[in-house]
Structures are given as structure tokens and as C-alpha cells.
Write a protein that binds this ligand. Structure first.
Ligand SMILES: [Zn+2]
Length: 308
């Protein structure tokens, strides 16, 4: 599945899943990625990651798109919908299969849980079905056969990050039991096919990156540059997210929301009365974007941010 196309430098993207409205944490991620691209004269694409239909919330894609428009984001090209790209993911699976990097797995969640943990968080896959040569049937997942050794990359904000993917995570799922393509596969295929030169996203995905890089290498795809932004956390230090009930943004208060997000990103402070419109805000913010205040930061406290 080799591609001869080069990645476009500073072409970035925002890739929300339609599981709820845009909230402050996602606005900060979208803004960081947008400013990084636009500041460097790069393009910025919008991709809706609507692969996980069971988790999807009816109407959420529309809310997200409206919210981004109200906040003055402008994307290049048509919006990409992952649900329309199954052929690309299927082709990637075929490539992995042909090169011996794919196997069918029949393990249940329970057997995996009981197998104990070698890695952080969730247990690493113990390799149970790795060499069984099972035939892919309904109800089975497909796993990517990882290789041992550190996978490292240089993050523009977080420095050098390394992970022994085989040890920490083990062979991971690229097509789920329910037949859906897994996030790790889709994101790697999409970033390459859209020639994303720079992936700017939250630190919650930092640990996924070495996995994605090993998958890119197996698929002969080029690796983009990575910038992992600090996560906006609530008082309890938890990432604010749709899952813990972060409030959706009020689009009627777009300018105020932009200013709050901009402040959380450590940028030059601004006041709402300084701007006539959201366009006016962006025209001011784009040339001033600076990554330095975010160097090495993994978290930003949301406390005190006035958001609506
Ligand atoms: Zn298994």
C-alpha cells in the first residue's frame, strides 16, 4: 500500500468523533491545530471520525460542524467522513495480511482481562492467537502483529517519546469483533491518504502514536510530524470530555469561547471587546501563534476559564 505522494508540510486536520457537541477541550484542540497550520500558511482539513456507529450520537456531526462554523473555522477541501472510506481500510488490512502482519483473534474480553497485565492501563495482549493461524470468521477480531523494540518519535512539544509497542500494548486490534475498523487503523490510513504533514492533537493520544507509527511502517506510509497539545483538565485533574459531561459550547458566545480557549493555550491575552467578530479574532491570532508557552506541558487547568 505504498504511496509515492509526499505529505504536505503544515497541512493539519481536526478529526472529531460525533459522540456529542463540541466542548471547551475539543475547541482548544481544534484551535491549536488550526493556528499551527494557518500560522505556517498550511491547509487545514476537517474529518469526521464516524466509524464507531454504536457510540455515535444522532445529530452530533451537525452540531460539531455548525459549532466550528460559528467559531469562524474555515477548512480546505470537502469534509471527510470515515464511514465512506471502508475500501481504503479494507485495502490496508489486505496489505497487512499479505505481509504477515495480521491474524485473527478469538479471545474474549474476559480471557484477556484474566491474562494479567504487562503494560500500563489495559493489559497487553498476551499473543494467545498469534500463531494459531485461525481463519477470519464472524465474531473474531483482526490484530496487527507488532514487532519488539522501541518505537520513538520527536514531538514538537513533548520531546522524544518512545514505546516498546509489542511489550506495552501487544498486538492490537485493527478490525473489531463487530466488523468495524479500529481507530488506530483508520487514523493512520486517513492521515496518509490526506497527506497530513503535521498531526496536532491532545496528549491523550500520545501513547497511541508509537502504535500508529509501527502501523505506518508496516503499511509503507510516511510518518507526519506530531504535536501533542496539553489536555484541558477539570478540578479533579480529569480530562474534560464528553464522557464526563463537559458542557457543549454555546455558539452564540463564540467570540468569548475563542478567547477562553486561546488563553488556555498560553497565548497573548485578549479581551472580547477588542474584536468586532470571530473573523477579526482569527486575523489577530493567526500571526501571533506561538508554541513556546506549551513546551513540555501535558495539562492545562480549565478552572477560571470563562466558557459558555
Ligand atoms: Zn486472541
Amino acid at each position: 500500500m505504498s504511496t509515492t505522494a509526499d505529505l504536505r508540510p503544515h497541512r493539519g486536520r481536526f478529526a472529531p468523533s460525533p459522540t456529542g457537541p463540541l466542548h471547551l477541550g475539543s475547541l482548544v484542540a481544534a484551535m491549536g491545530s488550526y493556528l499551527q497550520s494557518r500560522h505556517h500558511g498550511g491547509e487545514w482539513l476537517l474529518r469526521i471520525e464516524d466509524l464507531d456507529s454504536p457510540r455515535e450520537v444522532e445529530g452530533a456531526s451537525g452540531w460539531i460542524i455548525n459549532s466550528l462554523e460559528s467559531h469562524g473555522f474555515e477548512w480546505d477541501q470537502e469534509i471527510t467522513w470515515q464511514s465512506e472510506r471502508s475500501k481504503l481500510y479494507e485495502r490496508a488490512l489486505m496489505h497487512l495480511g499479505k505481509t504477515g502482519r495480521l491474524f485473527a483473534c478469538r479471545c474474549s474480553r474476559r480471557t484477556l482481562r484474566e491474562s494479567g497485565s504487562a503494560g500500563r492501563g489495559t493489559p497487553a495482549y498476551p499473543g494467545t492467537c498469534r500463531h494459531l493461524g485461525l481463519r477470519d470468521q464472524s465474531g473474531m477480531s483482526l490484530r496487527f502483529l507488532t514487532r519488539p523494540g522501541d518505537v520513538c518519535f520527536e514531538d514538537a512539544l513533548q520531546g522524544r517519546i518512545c514505546e516498546d509497542v509489542a511489550r506495552e500494548c501487544g498486538d492490537f486490534v485493527v478490525r473489531r469483533k463487530d466488523g468495524l475498523f479500529a481507530y488506530q487503523l483508520a487514523v493512520v490510513v486517513d492521515d496518509a491518504s490526506q497527506m497530513i504533514g503535521e498531526v496536532v492533537r491532545g496528549c491523550d493520544l500520545l501513547e497511541s502514536t508509537p502504535r500508529q507509527i509501527q502501523l505506518q511502517q508496516a503499511l509503507d506510509l510516511p510518518a507526519p510530524a506530531y504535536i501533542h497539545l496539553p489536555l484541558v483538565v477539570a478540578r479533579n485533574d480529569e480530562k474534560i470530555s464528553k464522557q464526563n459531561g463537559a458542557a457543549g459550547l454555546d455558539d452564540a458566545r463564540a467570540l468569548g469561547n475563542l478567547i477562553a480557549a486561546h488563553r488556555l493555550l498560553g497565548q497573548e491575552p485578549a479581551k472580547e471587546k477588542d474584536f468586532d467578530s470571530v473573523a477579526d479574532f482569527w486575523a489577530w491570532a493567526v500571526p501571533r501563534w506561538d508554541l513556546k508557552p506549551l513546551l513540555g506541558r501535558r495539562k492545562i487547568a480549565a478552572a477560571g476559564a470563562e466558557v459558555n
